[in-house]
Design a protein around this ligand. Structure first.
Ligand code: NAD
Ligand code: MG
Length: 401
């Protein structure tokens, strides 16, 4: 959605925006809690969900006075219910249905989806249908089902506020500019943990190596995605849907400092950039307070010191996942869903020590090679393609043992 088409805020001025946070115990979740705590006069947390870390969730509920919580995992839910750790009067919900119920809470204004992978799809669609603002960190769901999510948001007239830093940056640069004037967008990529590794060393790369991100502190899956650059590939596809762009208009560049988050190039060749320190509190704060702005949680970039901005092209040979993502985006249909599903399986297998690092692009390439692509007519079509790709990738991963 173009920021220029933004709807008026559903929250009356002067009252606090009520936030539901799905993925509260994760890296984005923790940053969101800092933003909410720093803007207690403007934001109120009213619902939280996590996969299985119910102790962490109970602590958040106590600290923020939250009375609606959901635990996805059935075993963890049972433990949470019996623990007595949640504040008196907490309504504890379970599973996918619990998340969906939270995202449609009548009192909620905005639902922040920061669930890793695609489990946030249903709750996100439910939030859109319920007319909530959707603050979206979970890029995988746009890659899986961007067509259907954007259609639903258009139909219902709901607003999608990107949290992914590059997309939040594009959103800010587009504000007040008609989409027709945009020639292309350039998303910046740090290059991940292996940016400076000699290519021949990559075959020995371990999960611990891949998890050492040079600039950002994030969850495990996305940190590995940064090391392969799959993350930037997913982000190109995410941008295509969020901003209604053609694949050829979505590009990326290596920028090792992670201070410039995007460049938007207009038809006259002029570019706008968005800058902020590499901390997710900036985009989260922007999305949650939108359209207002308020004093920051963290200080801005300090130009009293030497600050460098370097840019270099992405080497597709070094980053095969970027090539596969770009090919999937250009092919369209269910190819992006297959790319995403096979990547999730491969990254989990790598993190579990079951496959080497360089098997990730091979598993994803094989999954795409097995797919007869088609234009999905329904959400059920993409979900079936996702399932099929996961099954194939799981089998493929076993052969790398
Ligand atoms: P993380 O692994 O740190 O946290 C994931 C969170 O999701 C946890 O709270 C976990 O409990 C929850 N979760 C997982 N499965 C769930 C389920 N089925 N039901 C309910 N909760 C579930 O991940 P993260 O780094 O915070 O990333 C979250 C999402 O945000 C990902 O899609 C990622 O691509 C995106 N994102 C993250 C960053 C970042 O800086 N971390 C930046 C941009 C985008
Ligand atoms: Mg990003």
């Amino acid at each position: 959605m173009n920021a220029a088409d933004a709807l008026p805020s559903p929250t009356p001025r002067g009252s606090r925006k009520r936030v539901v946070l799905l993925g509260a115990t994760g890296s984005i979740g923790q940053n969101a809690l800092r933003v909410i705590a720093s803007h207690a006069d403007r934001l109120e947390l009213v619902g939280v969900a996590a996969h299985s870390n119910w102790r962490g969730l109970a602590e958040i509920a106590r600290e923020h006075g939250v009375r609606d919580a959901a635990v996805f995992d059935p075993g963890a839910f049972a433990d949470a219910r019996d623990s007595g750790s949640f504040p008196e009067g907490t309504r504890l919900l379970q599973g996918a249905a619990g998340l969906t119920e939270l995202s449609t809470l009548p009192k909620a204004d905005v639902v922040l989806v920061a669930v890793v992978g695609t489990a946030g799809l249903e709750p996100a669609l439910a939030a859109i249908d319920a007319g909530k603002d959707l603050a979206l960190a979970s890029k995988e769901i746009l890659v899986l089902a961007g067509k259907f999510i954007m259609e639903a948001a258009r139909r219902r007239g709901t607003r999608i506020l990107p949290i992914d830093s590059e997309h939040n940056a594009v959103f800010q640069c587009l504000e007040g500019h008609p989409g027709a004037g945009v020639r292309r967008i350039v998303l910046t990529a740090s290059g991940g943990a292996f940016r400076d590794w000699p290519a021949e060393k990559l075959r020995h790369a371990t999960p611990a190596d891949a998890l050492k991100h040079p600039n950002w502190s994030m969850g495990r899956k996305i940190t590995v995605d940064c090391a392969t650059l799959a993350n930037k590939g997913l982000e190109l596809i995410e941008a295509q849907w969020l901003f209604g762009l053609k694949p050829s208009q979505c590009t990326a560049v290596i920028h090792p400092q992670s201070l410039v988050h995007c460049l938007v190039e207009f038809n006259d060749g002029a570019m706008l950039a968005q800058l902020a320190p590499s901390s997710m509190v900036f985009p989260i704060q922007h999305a949650l307070l939108y359209p207002d702005r308020a004093g920051g949680v963290e200080p801005p970039i300090d130009f009293t010191r030497l600050v460098r901005f370097d840019f270099s092209p992405v080497d597709m040979g070094r980053y095969p996942m970027m090539r596969l993502a770009t090919e999937s985006m250009t092919a369209g249909g269910v190819a992006p869903a297959v790319f995403n599903a096979a990547n999730e399986v491969a990254v989990e297998a790598f993190l579990g020590g079951r496959i080497p690092f360089l098997a990730i692009p091979r598993i994803v390439g094989n999954a795409l090679g097995r797919t007869s692509n088609f234009e999905p007519g329904s959400l059920a079509d993409v979900l079936a393609a996702d399932k099929e790709a996961r099954r194939g990738a799981e089998a493929d991963a076993v052969s790398f043992k």
